[in-house]
Design a protein around this ligand. Structure first.
Ligand SMILES: *[C@@H]1O[C@H](CO)[C@@H](O)[C@H](O)[C@H]1NC(C)=O
Ligand SMILES: *[C@@H]1O[C@H](CO)[C@@H](O)[C@H](O)[C@H]1NC(C)=O
Ligand SMILES: *[C@@H]1O[C@H](CO)[C@@H](O)[C@H](O)[C@H]1NC(C)=O
Ligand SMILES: *[C@@H]1O[C@H](CO)[C@@H](O)[C@H](O)[C@H]1NC(C)=O
Ligand SMILES: *[C@@H]1O[C@H](CO)[C@@H](O)[C@H](O)[C@H]1NC(C)=O
Ligand SMILES: *[C@@H]1O[C@H](CO)[C@@H](O)[C@H](O)[C@H]1NC(C)=O
Length: 939
């Protein structure tokens, strides 16, 4: 502190990037590994959050004074301290407190979890009071060591422990021995031999003295050792064997016929999606090649911790930035006058559950990751190959201690006939029971099936649970599975009962029973194309502009006809005398012209054409125009009414592959994803084979020319499809997928298991299965490799198949499913035009009728007003032209009305026309009508 007062670091004044400073004590391999984790995850989060923060590295050399350290701390935002020795830790803490810099100190030394005794090697950091920006974090591998302190006392170990270790913990850094030393029994540490002859030599030396062996090593090294130790295990040379490893690869070793041991390891009870996304990022950006960085299974727990520490730092800095709209940077020696940062400790307490445990806060701003640990009991006997056991016996966390699944940890798994059955929710095979809080957790086809199998086998009980991440599981770069497969392979579950298809790479790691369901392929789910119904669809055949133009042409033509009739010297209008005896006379008044043009467009025909040639040309042009318009309209109407029913853009996978509008993808982690990824990889392999073949130097030019074709000979259909799928993004869950199918603008086709798709179709009226199934494979139950129940389950399934019990189940969960939707019957393609599309025509008729009735009413009353008293018809002076020129005898009202018609409608010519062939056209009272017209015209 005193030094600080003297040294005032001049403020450089340069606008600082957001600096995360990593302080390290020694640049040894151990520190380098951590630096690497931090550095790469920093790149990941920089990319993910688009937040410019960077690591600035600093080395604290031995014997550095605070003065020297301070000269390096200028304008930093957060310090991550990897200091390991007490004095350097103290130094860094003083720096943090003095300049109020947020600091995360990783605490690697044996640390005492809350409630645990403190061994003499364990070290507690001195935490400053009232300063919430200095926090210590204990990595999960350090927390994991403490499980042994709880587990071993339950094992009745009295003899000396022989610890065989490799470099899973850094050799230079032996704090992991702390918890073993504190067990109270003598411990001997040895380096594990890793090649067969050395192992045999080591086994010989161990045979007589070592009764209890503890492996603290990578899984591969333990497996290699056990493979050589087969005879020792059969002879029971060792009383107890433990594998105490932070390696997350489960024990598989198909060749190890004998084994009897407890396997203690961290086990993610969360999804391992984040670390997989991180790994994907590493592979995609070729960081693994460029920087020689991979996350091995023995490092996964640690890598995920540092990755998350970096996530916390980023999220914290972003939060600070958004709170203060800037990030404060600190310099050693200058104490900020006001608090310009958020308490780091409070922020860390709100962290979500991480891959390997929850971040817990101990007193004094100590944080540790409460890593979940599982204890498996592995039991194999060489004489009985079909009864291999790998049973989850207990779990452990700092908070809960050891929780047993059965009576005791030392119980032999052979005596336990309770089996753990893992499943995945996928209706209707497995679904949550509607009222699952007061009843069983699950229901469905598979649940019923498991109950039937258990009844058939008898003398077994089982515990059903859903796997943590709810997926079937995929394999990562290290060959480790997650999801359902991971549960079975690791030993957490004995059996996996779910709609799980048999696949080659799954069969490598688990055993499948006989299939219990028909072959199920992959299929495509799409939104039902929306059939657009419109009553006035016949109006939409032509665009409105065309309708307007037609109307304009109609009016203009009618006007022209009228004008021509008026002014042409040859028209009837101007030659009335000449056509006096002509039967087909027509006065082309404006009204008549409009009527003529309209009727010309109908099959009724226009009737009498004008007399003058000019008028006839106009009429002929109009007829031609009308003919073309009607013909095009008719042709288009037919197409228009059928096109929506015939439209089916995508009906198979090939259709999907050919287009780039509709996006398509399988679900992340599904079998379909594996299928497409694999097909793309196979195509690539083919390409390489072909390339190698055609570039082969030893071929003669002739042979080589036989391999060359103009086109690229290897299909790249799946390569392209897979690329497009990756670009459009894979949905994470079924809900996500269905949501995308329903809401995507350009359309989205989901590719998945045919059963999933059939169920989606069954429960939603807007979805449909498209095309036929491809890549069909059976559904079967998976068991641990060599599980004793395998044959029993297989024969139970066969029995149930024979009894047709499975068919009944199928009926129950498919056809009688309560969630089944009754959808409105689809208009089949073979059906005719529906009323929804053509109904408008009837509305037109209706409108016409209504209009005519209104007109009739108007006519009636207009006439009534014009002829006020019909009774006085004899005395009154008739105002209408009817009587003016042509005094007719008094007529009754009925007769009057009959006469009214021709007057108003001027239909006389048409009547003449239509009765042209009648023997005596004069029988029609034409004379009077002519006069009406003349009068009307003169009016
Ligand atoms: C972090 O990675 C970058 C490459 O992106 C490298 O230049 C830098 O030296 C690395 N930093 C540390 C501290 O390893
Ligand atoms: C560093 O300090 C230690 C004691 O703390 C001392 O033994 C050693 O000589 C010092 N080294 C240097 C380089 O000053
Ligand atoms: C990073 O941390 C944030 C906030 O704590 C969390 O929501 C997010 O899931 C984390 N992201 C990753 C990739 O772990
Ligand atoms: C910090 O926040 C401000 C506004 O709140 C923003 O303009 C700036 O870009 C942020 N800094 C970084 C590095 O994102
Ligand atoms: C500043 O710190 C004090 C106590 O240290 C706290 O009560 C106050 O809320 C802080 N202010 C802000 C803006 O964080
Ligand atoms: C640990 O085991 C108990 C049962 O023995 C179980 O209830 C609990 O959920 C398990 N915890 C974890 C984290 O698996």
């Amino acid at each position: 502190m005193r030094i600080l007062l003297f040294i005032l670091i001049p403020c450089t004044g340069i606008a600082a990037a957001i600096d995360i400073l990593v302080a390290l004590e020694q640049a040894d391999t151990y520190t380098k590994d951590i630096l690497m984790h931090l550095n790469i995850s920093q790149m990941f989060f920089k990319d993910k959050y688009q937040f410019e923060a960077g690591i600035q590295r600093m080395v604290i050399l031995p014997n550095t004074t605070q003065e020297n350290v301070c000269s390096r701390i200028v304008d930093v935002s957060v310090i991550i301290s990897l200091a390991r020795s007490q004095d350097k830790i103290d130094l860094m803490r003083n720096v943090s407190v003095a300049a109020r810099i947020p600091m995360i100190q990783f605490h690697f030394y044996p640390w005492s979890p809350p409630g645990f005794f403190k061994s003499n090697t364990s070290q507690t950091l001195l935490m400053p009071n009232n300063f919430d920006n200095y926090v210590a974090m204990v990595p999960p591998s350090a927390v994991f060591q403490y499980s042994i302190v709880d587990i071993f006392p339950q094992m009745n170990i009295s003899t000396q422990l022989t610890v065989l270790s490799d470099d899973i913990y850094n050799v230079a850094f032996d704090s992991w021995k702390g918890s073993l030393d504190s067990l109270g029994v003598p411990v001997r540490y040895m380096q594990i031999a890793t090649n067969p002859s050395r192992i045999r030599a080591q086994l010989n030396s161990l045979r007589n003295q070592a009764k209890t062996i503890v492996f603290v090593a990578k899984t591969e090294n333990i497996e290699r050792f056990l493979l050589e130790a087969q005879s020792n295990i059969e002879n029971e040379d060792f009383e107890m064997v433990f594998a105490f490893t932070k390696d997350v690869t489960p024990f598989k070793c198909d060749d190890c016929l004998s084994a009897k041991m407890h396997w203690i390891r961290p086990y993610s009870t969360n999804t391992v999606q984040d670390i997989r996304a991180y790994q994907e990022f590493i592979n995609k950006n070729e960081i693994n090649l460029d920087m020689d960085y991979t996350i091995t299974s023995s490092e996964e727990v640690d890598a995920s911790f540092y990755y998350d520490a970096m996530n916390s730092t980023f999220v914290y800095l972003m939060k600070v930035n958004s709170t203060y709209s800037d990030i404060s940077s600190f310099s050693c020696g200058s104490v900020p006058s006001a608090n310009t940062t958020l308490p780091l400790a409070n922020f860390l307490t709100t962290r979500p559950i991480l891959e390997y445990g929850v971040t817990k806060r101990q007193d004094n701003n100590y944080f540790y990751q409460d890593v979940p640990v599982r204890i498996f009991s592995i039991d194999r006997i060489a004489s009985n190959e079909d009864s291999k056991y790998n049973k989850l016996m207990a779990n452990w966390t700092v908070d809960t201690g050891v929780l047993l699944y059965y009576e005791s940890l030392t119980q032999s798994p052979r005596e336990i006939n309770i089996y753990r059955v893992a499943t995945v929710v996928q209706p209707p095979f497995v679904q949550r029971f509607p009222d699952w809080e007061n009843g069983p957790d699950f229901e469905g086809y598979c649940i019923d099936l498991m109950a039937l199998i258990s009844d058939t086998i008898g003398n077994m009980s089982y515990v059903l649970y859903e796997v943590e991440d709810g997926t079937f599981g995929t394999m990562d770069d290290n060959g480790n599975w997650n999801g359902l497969m991971g549960a079975v392979v690791s030993g957490s579950a004995d059996i996996a009962v779910a709609p799980m298809s048999v696949m080659a790479e799954r069969e490598n790691d688990v055993d499948f029973t006989v299939p219990y369901y028909d072959l199920v392929g992959t299929s495509i789910l799409m939104k039902k194309s929306e059939v657009e119904y419109s009553l006035f669809k016949f109006m939409k055949v032509l665009e409105w502009q065309v309708w307007v133009c037609i109307l304009g042409a109609y009016i203009i033509t009618a006007l022209l006809l009228w004008v021509f009739d008026r002014f042409s010297p040859y028209s009837y209008h101007n030659n009335r005398e000449r056509y006096k005896d002509d039967l087909e006379k027509r006065e082309f008044s404006l009204k008549e012209c409009l009527w003529f043009c309209m009727t010309s467009l109908t099959p009724q025909g226009g009737g009498e054409a004008p007399k003058n040639i000019s008028g006839r040309i106009v009429a002929a042009t109009w007829w031609l125009f009308g003919f073309i318009i009607i013909a095009s309209y008719t042709a288009n109407l037919a197409a228009f009414l059928t096109v929506s029913r015939l439209e089916q853009p995508i009906s198979s996978l090939d259709d999907l592959a050919k287009q780039y509008k509709v996006e398509y993808a399988p679900m992340k982690g599904s079998a379909s994803e594996t299928y497409f990824r694999r097909m793309a990889e196979i195509e690539e392999q083919f390409y390489h084979i072909w390339k190698d073949m055609s570039l082969n130097e030893s071929l003669t030019p002739r042979e080589r020319s036989r391999l060359a074709v103009w086109d690229y000979p290897v299909s790249d259909k799946y390569t392209n499809m897979w690329r497009y799928m990756e670009e459009s993004g894979l949905p994470d869950s079924m809900e996500d997928a269905i949501n995308r199918v329903l809401t995507s603008k350009d359309g989205f086709a989901f590719i998945g298991d045919a059963t999933e798709i059939r169920y989606a179709e069954l429960t939603s009226c807007n979805l449909q299965q498209v095309g036929s199934e491809f890549s069909r494979k059976p559904y079967a139950i998976a068991l641990q490799t060599g599980h004793p129940l395998k044959d029993d389950v297989s024969s139970a399934i066969l029995l149930l198949l024979n009894q047709r019990r499975l068919e009944a189940l199928k009926e129950k969960w498919w056809n009688e499913n309560p969630k089944r939707m009754v959808c409105p019957v689809n208009t089949d393609e073979s059906d005719g035009i529906s009323i929804q599309n053509i109904g408008g025509v009837f509305i037109v008729i209706l409108a016409g009728i209504v209009l005519s009735i209104v007109t009739l009413t108007c006519e009636y009353f207009y006439y009534r007003r014009a002829t006020p008293v019909s009774k006085d018809v004899t005395t009154s002076k008739h105002p209408t032209p009817v009587v003016k020129e042509h005094q007719s005898p008094p007529i009754s009202r009925d007769e009057e009305e009959e006469k009214e018609k021709p007057r108003e409608g001027s239909v006389i010519h048409r009547r003449n026309n239509s009765t042209k062939n009648s023997p005596d056209p004069r029988s029609i009272p034409s004379e009077g009508n002519y006069t009406y017209e003349n009068v009307a015209f003169q009016k």
